[in-house]
Structure formats: structure tokens, C-alpha cells
Design a binder for this molecule. Structure first.
Ligand code: NAD
Ligand code: IPM
Ligand code: MN
Length: 355
């Protein structure tokens, strides 16, 4: 098949990890007779430097024309000035909202090969296979926010708002996905404090009645954070609002062994999706060629699955990652005595694809 893929390498380690994922996609295309055309666009800090805007209109337009978008990461200390008019992260939020990508899927696996890389006890982590379904275009991220001077000093406001339909569509998706998995949904909220969470819980309960084959449980976000590291094997699908999902998914990366391992897919109503590792631009290791590219490579697998419908190809990448790990390839974040570079890990995955 032919497909148009927009690459948004972004900042920090973004370009390093996207290069490897692109190489893996090219290897799969060659192996299976597909033709993937790539267009690289500016987004994030690099776009601010070159155009003054974090998300130039040409970039958004190119993404809208594409079959799928693969992103590295954005941000870094260079653009952290609190007085700046725009920030790299605004580009990312703009693209998620601009493409209507309200559903962020973040699969988390406890790879047998990486049991030694997690600081958690192996018996807790082995066999973990959970999915965080994070609402991505609402909540605190997109509500009104401002700062004002008052007689009592500076006052700041961040608003957490949701429409019922925004909660309904993401929770419904979680139930639908759970049907094809272990049939369990954990709806995570803070219903003991937040009005938005109370609507979230009501909505999940109402939808739960429509999915009698799926077990629904509600859990408060604070105790969920604890349970994620004490009994991670007890989860199947976790569905939660934007900010809770952001925080819980970085925590869940500990189960796999490194933040560099986790991929994500951001989806809307159509087939177009945005695929990115869950980690950031990792300024502390950028430019050193040591970043773990597997989160981005696994995001490329999700791209093949969800936007291009190439399930067998997606699985072949996922198997190749496991094989490369089984053969001992480890970037520095995964520990071990002998480590490979970012490019070395990409090569190990491509070698594993080939046999
Ligand atoms: P981070 O995810 O960039 O880094 C946290 C830690 O994890 C660092 O020690 C880093 O070295 C390590 N790490 C991250 N990715 C890694 C990889 N692939 N391989 C090995 N180690 C890896 O989080 P941060 O330091 O809090 O944020 C840095 C910048 O990234 C901020 O500007 C933030 O806004 C941005 N950010 C962007 C995205 C995104 O573009 N999707 C996501 C998260 C953070
Ligand atoms: C992520 C990131 C982003 C988020 C930031 C960079 C806006 O942390 O993709 O997890 O909070 O969604
Ligand atoms: Mn995050």
C-alpha cells in the first residue's frame, strides 16, 4: 500500500528517536512491498526558532493531508522562559486539538526480557499488560487559564472543564477496547473532590450497564497511583481524564523499565492518528546518541495498526523489539553492562525484523 506519513521530529532527543523509527518503517515497507512517503515538518521549539510559532499553519495542514503523523518530542530549557508568548508544548496541544485526537492509547507491558530493568520486584511486573486510555483534548489542559494582579497579590486560574459528550466518547471507547482484551475497565477519577469526576463516574456507570460483559470498577486516582506499582497485574484498561492519564502513564513506565519504552497512539473519529513516545525531549541526554528509540519504534507499530490497518506489519515490529531485547540489546536507560547507542538499538530491531 501507499501511505503519506508526516514526521515531526521536534526537539531534544526527538530527531534521534524519530530517525530510528523511520528506518524501521522503511525496512518494513521494503520487506512487505509498501511505499511510504515521508514529509518532515517543523513543530515545537525548533518551529518557534525558525518561524516564531510552535505549530506553523503549514505543519497542521500537512498533518491534515497525511495518513498518519509520527512525532518525537518537543520542549526544553531553551524555551522555558515563563514570559515567552509561546511554548513548544503549545504546538503539541494545538496539533492534538486541531486534529480532534481525543483518545490517547498508552499500552504498558512488563516484558520478560526487561524484568531486571524495572526497580520493582519481578513477580509484580511479569505478565503486566495494561492500557491507559487517556482523554486528550479536554480537562485542565484546555480550560481557561490566566494570571491577574489582585489586592491580595497575584492570582492564578486553571480551569478543569468537560462536556458530557467528551467523557462519554472516551469511556465508551475504553469499554469497546476492553471487549477485545481481558474485559475489565478501571475508571479513574477524583470523585470525592471534583465535580468533573462525579460526572465522569456517573457516565462510566451508565455506560457500564450497556457493556454487561465488561467488568467496571471505579478507583480514586491517588490510590490508583499506589496500586499501579503494588498490583499492576490487576489492571486491564484504565480510562481517565487528561491530566491524571499523563501522570499515571509516566508512573506506569516504571513497570516496563524505562520511560523510553512506552509508545502512544492519539486517535479521533477518522483514521488519521498522531503517534509518539510518551517521554519528553530528555534534554539531559539529547545529542549524545544514547536515547532509547523503542518507545518511538513501538509508536510506529501502532501507526501501522491504527492508521494504516497493517496489523501483521505492526506485530512484526513488536516481535522484532522483543527479539532485539532477548538478544541482549539495551540502551543505557535499561541498564546492563554492555549498552548500545540509539542507532545501535534501531539496527538491532531491523536485524530482528529480518530474522
Ligand atoms: P522527559 O520525559 O524528557 O525526561 C525524563 C527523564 O527520562 C530524563 O532523565 C530523561 O533522560 C529520561 N528519558 C526520557 N526519554 C528517554 C529515552 N527515550 N531514552 C532514555 N531516557 C529517556 O521529561 P522532562 O525532563 O520532565 O521534560 C523535558 C521536556 O520535554 C519538557 O520541556 C517537557 O515539556 C517536554 N515533554 C514533551 C513531551 C512530548 O513532546 N510529547 C512529553 C513529555 C515532556
Ligand atoms: C505527554 C506530555 C505532554 C502532555 C506535554 C509535553 C504537553 O507530557 O505527551 O505526556 O502533558 O500531554
Ligand atoms: Mn507526559
Amino acid at each position: 500500500m501507499q501511505a503519506k506519513i508526516v514526521l515531526l521530529p521536534g526537539d531534544g532527543v526527538g530527531p534521534e528517536v524519530v530517525d530510528q523509527a523511520q528506518a524501521v518503517l522503511l525496512a518494513v515497507a521494503k520487506q512487505r512491498g509498501h511505499s511510504f512517503g515521508f514529509e518532515t515538518c517543523l513543530m515545537g521549539g525548533i518551529a518557534i526558532d525558525e518561524t516564531g510559532e510552535a505549530l506553523p499553519p503549514e505543519t497542521l495542514a500537512a498533518c491534515q493531508r497525511a495518513d498518519a503523523v509520527l512525532l518525537g518530542a518537543v520542549g526544553g530549557p531553551k524555551w522555558d522562559n515563563p514570559k515567552a508568548k509561546t511554548r513548544p508544548e503549545m504546538g503539541l496541544l494545538g496539533i492534538r486539538r486541531g486534529l480532534g485526537l481525543y483518545a490517547n492509547l498508552r499500552p504498558v507491558r512488563g516484558y520478560t526480557e526487561l524484568l531486571g530493568s524495572s526497580p520493582l520486584k519481578p513477580d509484580r511486573v511479569e505478565g503486566v499488560n495494561l492500557l491507559v486510555v487517556r482523554e486528550l483534548t479536554g480537562g485542565l489542559y484546555f480550560g481557561a487559564k490566566y494570571r491577574e494582579d489582585t489586592p491580595k497579590g497575584v492570582r492564578v486560574v486553571d480551569t478543569l472543564e468537560y462536556h458530557a459528550f467528551e467523557i462519554e466518547r472516551i469511556v465508551r471507547l475504553a469499554f469497546e477496547i476492553a471487549r477485545g482484551r481481558k474485559k475489565k475497565v478501571t475508571s479513574v477519577d477524583k470523585a470525592n473532590v471534583l465535580e468533573s469526576s462525579r460526572l465522569w463516574r456517573e457516565t462510566a456507570t451508565e455506560l457500564g450497564a450497556k457493556f454487561p460483559d465488561v467488568t467496571l470498577e471505579h478507583q480514586l486516582v491517588d490510590s490508583c497511583a499506589m496500586r499501579l506499582v503494588t498490583a499492576p497485574g490487576s489492571f486491564d484498561v484504565i480510562v481517565t481524564e487528561n491530566m491524571f492519564g499523563d501522570i499515571l502513564s509516566d508512573e506506569a513506565a516504571v513497570l516496563t523499565g524505562s520511560l523510553g519504552m512506552l509508545p502512544s497512539a492519539s486517535l479521533g473519529e477518522g483514521r488519521l492518528g498522531l503517534y509518539e513516545p510518551i517521554h519528553g525531549s530528555a534534554p539531559d541526554i539529547a545529542g549524545k546518541g544514547i536515547a532509547n528509540p523503542l518507545g518511538t519504534i513501538l509508536s510506529a507499530a501502532l501507526l501501522l495498526r491504527h492508521s494504516l490497518g497493517l496489523e501483521a506489519e505492526a506485530v512484526s515490529i513488536e516481535r522484532a523489539v522483543e527479539k532485539a531485547l532477548a538478544r541482549g540489546a539495551r540502551t543505557r536507560d535499561l541498564g546492563g553492562d554492555k549498552t548500545v547507542s540509539t542507532a545501535g538499538m534501531g539496527e538491532a530491531v531491523i536485524a530482528a525484523l529480518e530474522g
